[in-house]
Design a protein around this ligand. Sequence first.
Ligand SMILES: [Zn+2]
Length: 674
Amino acid sequence: MTRLFALLLVTTFAACSGPAPVKPDQPPAPAQPGAGDRKYLLERVDDAAVVQLYADGFSSLPLKQKTLIYHLYQAALAGRDIFIDQKHRDALAMRDILEPIVAHPQGVDAAVLAEIQRYTKLFWLNNGPYNNLTARKFVLKITPEQLWAAVQAAAKSGARYYTGEEGMEAKLKRLQPMFFDPNVDPIVTNKTPGKGKDILQASANNLYYNVSLGDLKGFTEKYGLNSRLVKQNGKLVEEVYKLDGKYSTQITAIIQHLDAAKAFAEPPMAKALEALVKFYRSGEEADRKAYDIAWVQDKDSPVDTINGFIEVYLDPRGVKGSWEGLVFYVNREKTQRIKTIATNAQWFEDHMPWDAKYRKANVQGIVANAIDVVIETGDSGPVTPVGINLPNDQEIREKYGSKSVALSNVNEAYDRSSPGSMRGEFGWSPEEAQRAEKFATFSGELTTDMHEVIGHASGRQAEGKGNPQSLIKEEFSALEEGRADLVGLYFIADPKMVELGIIPAADHEATYRAEYEAYTRNALVQLRRIREGTQIEEDHMRNRQMIVHWLVANTKAIERRTRDGKTYLVMVDPKAFHEGVGRLLAEVQRIKSEGDYAAAKKLFETYGVHFDPKLRDEVVARVDKLNLPSYSGFVMPKLTAVTGADGAITDVTISYPQDLTKQMLEYSGVFIKK
Ligand SMILES: [Zn+2]
């Protein structure tokens, strides 16, 4: 599992290996110098927020790196339509009808236009007509006749449609069920279909066509990750994603831009780009492996890209890769903090609050990079992850390692676009809310760094207790996530943070206090995500419930209070919190080191799994009243190349469109000539 998503805006979730920052109610981060009160939240579309992403460090990069990024940016744009087509076989045809109307609105009935705009924006944010979170189709809430009238009115204003021989009327008729009928192809990825259908038949995506699970029996798939599987005349055919294969038009353009980028890359990265081009040309598994290895071996490059068929969440079988393109550079300041923690990993290990026999003699912190993203397309944009760990190939991970990145500017944009109403609603006092506003973004990032860099990497097994995963079974993931969280919570209050220059002395107490308060509130706030049942399944949620409720029961750190019929969890004593975290961490480490399954089960059964549905209902009602968005989509920065007389790039400038419609129409590029 390789990416972390900030689901529902306010709680970031790890799909772990990743860190899981606790963000019950992220406040705005302290303003960047010069950032002023620039716009982050641009608009709301139903339950989606549209947010501008900024990449402040770009302008000060050397020209060579800017030029490299520019070509990689073009490569990321070149593949954008692949993912839209992977989502549904009609999605691009649908977009070809919507975009000309939005670009030529003159003469279209106002109410009809507003609905087409709403639908098109959701379509853009989700790369097709399916909601990212629920996988369900959304539909256009006008009549087919009204859409037809809008098509004609826009045509009179200069809109041009590409309908080929089919003609517009026939095309609209063909697409009518996709636009208007929620029951036709209702779910893009369905892993739990009802009776009579299997997961492939029940899923509307375009990774398969006319194929059932039964058809796959006895079939040897040669291009698992990078092909569309089609049944033709009773036979299965793999349409391979490669040059001169499926998506050849887009792949040809991607290759051109990657080739152009190569000249500006340092040798290890140039080698990786060359391997990627080779894979795009051949589509062969061996070339994909060679690329993965070259990419993971390029560890020090200040600029990097992910471009290809990567994650497999769209496929209910978890085999076929969705196309995505990301381009980013290392955020030096934030990476420095991670490296400081990693360099001092042995000190932290020697001061872990657990029995000395469970401490490692030679611990190595995991090195990860904090990055700023310049563009994300396909499966990673406009809705983006906040952390990524690749490659997915387990064999390569074990042999060559992996690269882990935290998307700093995405996190910042999430924070800065979030309304402060959550911390107001669930914080006990104005002081608590103010502290959260001032310190909780930073404290959350810091504990996330520690979770990842010294948390998971720490501790050792007792003699003869090998693989803790097989000993602790289904309780293991939640226990391990809890252990990593506890390491962060424990050390954030340690004077070492000041000594290492990570937290200024004057802010230290307020910082860890804000973190403890935020972590405590989260145990309440996260209940809004489980709208049914009385049990928590997700491992990160379990571990956070466990920690907070263990502290409630075993220390004087947290009080449960009520006011005006509302429930609050109030962190009242940071010393007791810290001391309790140390005690719990010692026990959690003992459980892991000794493989004590019974103790793990008891710990989670007592504190982590069950909750009071009445309390959940109260939390849900309070959150719904705040009308928070369920997810965010980002408007990406825009790069423009400045060229000299000879056509060579002399500078690359960055700007921020602050307008989803403008950016999406520009990406599609059909309206510039009128
Ligand atoms: Zn983790």
